[in-house]
Write a protein that binds this ligand. Structure first.
Ligand code: C5P
Length: 403
């Protein structure tokens, strides 16, 4: 996915051992289509060479305010004109202090002050004591107040051997944050509640009844909603997926647990998106011990009870959230999906054919609302999720009041 195509980013490196990760970050930005101009402070060149960054970027690396390669010797002005963002990774304690005070004593600090409206993204990287120092915290707060976006820092083992906050985020995390930064904030300030994945209903302590669901679509939607500026709560059945950045996740197993977790949060949500493949039935009396096979080959007798319909329950809540359902069908998508939309009482239902999307990384969706059917073409699930979030933002009554 070339989310950063036609995007030029100024990548600034300052002094810190995390400079070694900046080489990988540069490659990841380029993989997503970005053109990257690297600017390094003198301190950064002690950790990684300009030659490395030049070879990887395929473009000149800038170090010096007086660099004569820029036509009018105005690198501090020219480099940010037309740039989509300035990304400082790693950002040292000293460099953050400089930025907070508007100092301009080298090329990178000067271009930050001269960048005008170009967004500034900062990935701090330093020892935990340096990060926790009141002056650094003051500078971080000042930078946020000045409109910069701080990415991290993360916590963990540090190069100095100490453990705690201050590690630069991993290149993939920074990449995702940069991509998220460029997504339109169509759900800014909204609270979105989602379900995703399968549920798993115990038969005994080792056996379960479940649905086939990777959780990919629900997790992609949670990420897309967070990228769009929403505060996102995800209630997830068992999956092998990482929780998207910035998303709060509650992990559950059974439909009953999912129902309880959703109902506890539904009244605070603006939008509820039910993506989970909820098991329709639970075993009425799961055995506390592992069931043994009968010598005569007789199968166990299982009694089932129907699980609560979570989506229909939320849709019935007075003053509840605006609801979106999913319908995975094997045939007659249009008839089944529209009937399901009316039965569940939701304004929007997203249909897909199981054989086209189950376990796949791509999906083809059809949106059903009171005006009819609206197809979303086959594409990677994250792109489809972003398209769906835009469609939800257009229809959501608080975002766009109907006249
Ligand atoms: O009835 P069916 O399972 O086909 O409906 C699918 C939609 O309803 C999905 O949005 C799914 O997440 C939701 N659902 C639910 N609780 C159930 C069954 C389905 O929220 N018990």
């Amino acid at each position: 996915m070339l989310e950063l195509a036609r995007t030029r980013i100024v990548l600034g490196l300052t002094g810190g051992i995390a400079c070694y990760k900046a080489a990988e970050l540069l490659r990841r930005l380029q993989d997503h289509g970005a053109q990257v101009d690297v600017v390094m402070t003198e301190a950064a060149t002690h950790f990684i060479t300009p030659t490395t960054m030049q070879a990887l970027s395929g473009r000149p690396v800038y170090l010096d305010t007086w660099d004569a390669r820029v036509a009018n010797s105005m690198a501090h002005i020219d480099l940010t004109r037309g740039a989509a963002a300035v990304l400082i990774a790693p950002a040292s304690t000293d460099f953050m202090a400089k930025l907070a005070h508007g100092l301009a004593d080298d090329l990178l600090s000067t271009l930050c002050v001269a960048r005008g409206e170009v967004p500034l993204l900062i990935a701090p990287a330093m020892n935990i004591e340096m990060w926790l120092h009141p002056a650094t915290q003051r500078n971080a707060a000042q930078l946020r107040a000045d409109g910069a976006m701080l990415l991290g820092p993360g916590a963990g083992e540090q190069a100095c051997g100490e453990v705690g906050a201050g590690r630069m985020l991993e290149p993939d995390q920074i990449l995702r944050a940069v991509i998220a930064h460029f997504q339109p904030k169509v759900l800014a300030g909204k609270r979105v509640l989602l379900t995703a994945g399968p549920t798993s209903e115990p038969i005994d302590p080792v056996r379960v009844i479940t649905n086939r669901s990777s959780g990919k679509m629900g997790y992609a939607l949670a990420r897309a909603a967070a990228e769009a500026g929403a505060q996102v709560e995800l209630i997830s059945g068992p999956t092998a997926l990482d929780v998207p950045d910035g998303v709060i996740c509650t992990h559950v197993h059974t439909a009953a647990e999912m129902h309880q977790a959703v109902m506890a949060q539904a009244s605070q949500a603006d939008i509820f998106i039910a993506v989970a493949a909820v098991a329709d039935w639970a075993v009425a009396h799961p055995s506390p011990n592992k069931l043994k096979k009968h010598a005569d080959g007789r199968p166990p007798e299982l009694e089932f009870i129907q699980n609560p319909d979570i989506l229909a329950g939320v849709a019935r809540l007075p003053n509840g959230p605006w609801c979106v359902g999913f319908a995975a069908e094997t045939e007659n998508l249009h008839e089944n999906a529209q009937a399901k939309r009316l039965r569940k009482g939701v304004p929007l239902l997203v249909g897909n054919l199981v054989q086209q999307s189950m376990d796949a990384d791509q999906t083809e969706l059809v949106l059903f609302d009171d005006k009819g059917a609206h197809p979303i073409m086959r594409q990677p699930k994250l792109d489809a999720a972003r398209a769906l979030i835009r469609a939800i933002a257009q229809r959501h009554p608080i975002t766009h009041p109907t006249p």
